[in-house]
Design a protein around this ligand. Structure first.
Ligand code: CP
Length: 429
């Protein structure tokens, strides 16, 4: 593809790069502009290999059956991990695989949970977290870095502040593979303000587990029956469908909100409610709005928990609440000026608000939460609906399930699980 300087700049703007000078890094991204600029549904086949995901770039790649299958594998991994024998089985599954964690944007949970997931399955990890420690400081391009990582590793898990860099690297790997050279899967661990698909995966897994209404203390006693009969939630059903999901905070810049909203859009009969200050930077972006409309999803954009949906205040109506941090690190002076007069405490939870929520409604947050902004004060942590620490731990199990899926090890896990928890126990009985 040939491209004038002006059009490259336009392309660079489009892919989230604002630098006035056009570097080789910019040109590398620009060469995939035509591929990047397509609807997700036109791209997904390129990120598959047969029935399996090859590259993980968008949450839209996780179909409902795949979500079910990954959740099942994650449940099996967590149960197998409870015994030494199960841990030994898991750690011997993929010791021949190596993963590069290429994280050039800060991360605690995603980095550590992917690293732990690799360790559970015996995958060896290495990392580049600071480009100033890599040869990028000597002028090496990101694409050359990726080619080098693919020479030494079997998988690249990457986080970047640059929107769509992970997607471009997936195209690079496909191109390299077509030319008969070594290429490896790319997993997007967060790309600019664009997508964070594996966060959406762990969010959905957390919601799936919550809305199973299983009672860990007493498997015979259905929580769902109790909620229907004793607490008056007569229409409550098991599973993700038929629910109203609330999102609150920085809807515009929150890539986790975008990824989760697109995943929930695949579930029948859901409503989404977005609670954000009425400022363009913080409200839903047009592309997400259009994608939700295209999918026929019912959604509401409101500026307060007190706004009414279906005749009830949002805080009382929602079946689950997804809180987010206002990402002030991205603010320009003009943004800061536009905040004058906005009461941001309206976008923070309080024990009083939590009391008004449905008794089963989980509170999620991708974390980190902001101690200065206080969107979830620590007093709420002890509430049984506060799901965020369990949500973060779920990330380790579901990411292990995803790695097992990519490397075709999930069937072995299922066989071992059946052997361990069904056949063996039936024999003992
Ligand atoms: N939720 C999330 O992505 O957290 P980290 O930025 O700590 O990885």
């Amino acid at each position: 593809m040939t491209c004038s300087l002006t059009s490259r700049r336009a392309v660079c703007d489009k892919v989230g790069m604002s630098s006035p000078t056009v570097s080789q890094d910019d040109r590398d991204l620009a060469q995939y502009a035509a591929l990047l600029d397509r609807p997700v549904r036109a791209k997904v086949n390129e990120f598959q290999r047969g029935e399996r995901l090859r590259h993980v770039i968008f949450s839209g790649q996780f179909s409902p059956p795949l979500l079910e299958s990954l959740a099942e594998t994650a449940d099996m991994i967590r149960l197998l991990s409870k015994s030494r024998q199960g841990q030994d089985f898991l750690i011997n599954l993929l010791p021949h695989k190596r993963a590069m964690l290429y994280f050039t944007q800060p991360s605690t949970r995603t980095f550590l949970s992917f690293m732990s997931a690799c360790q559970i399955l015996g995958i060896t990890c290495n990392e580049v977290r600071d480009p100033s420690t890599s040869s990028e400081t000597k002028g090496e391009t990101r694409f050359d870095s990726i080619r080098m990582f693919s020479s030494y590793f079997d998988l690249i898990i990457m986080r970047s502040p640059i929107a769509r860099l992970a997607e471009s690297c997936a195209y690079l790997m496909n191109q390299v593979e077509r030319s008969g050279q070594r290429a490896v899967p790319i997993v997007n661990a967060g790309s600019g303000a664009d997508e964070h698909p594996t966060q959406a995966l762990l969010d959905i897994y957390t919601l799936q587990r919550t809305f199973n209404f299983e009672n860990p203390q007493n498997a015979q006693h259905s929580r769902l029956d109790e909620l229907r009969k004793s607490q008056g939630y007569v229409d409550l059903t098991k599973g993700l469908s038929g629910k109203t999901y609330g999102f609150c905070g920085d809807i515009g810049r929150g890539r986790t909100v975008r990824s989760l909203a697109m995943l929930l859009a695949q579930i029948p009969n859901v409503q989404l409610v977005f609670v954000a200050p009425q400022l363009p930077k913080l409200m839903m972006r047009d592309d997400l709005r259009e994608r939700l409309r295209d999918r026929g999803v019912t959604f509401y954009e409101v500026d307060s928990f007190e706004a009414e949906v279906d005749g009830q205040p949002v805080i009382e109506r929602i079946d689950a609440l997804y809180m987010t941090r206002v990402q002030k690190e991205h603010d320009t002076p003009a943004d800061t000026a536009s905040y004058a007069g906005i009461d941001f405490t309206r976008y923070c939870l309080s024990p009083e608000l939590v009391k008004r929520m449905r008794s089963y409604a989980p509170i999620l947050h991708p974390f980190p939460r902001d101690q200065h902004f206080g969107e979830i004060p620590p007093e709420i942590d002890a509430d049984p609906r506060a799901m965020y620490f369990r949500q973060a731990r779920n990330g380790m199990w579901i990411r292990a399930a995803l790695l097992a899926h990519i490397f075709d090890a999930d069937n072995q896990i299922q066989r071992e699980f059946r052997h361990e928890f069904h056949e063996r126990h039936r024999y003992v009985e």
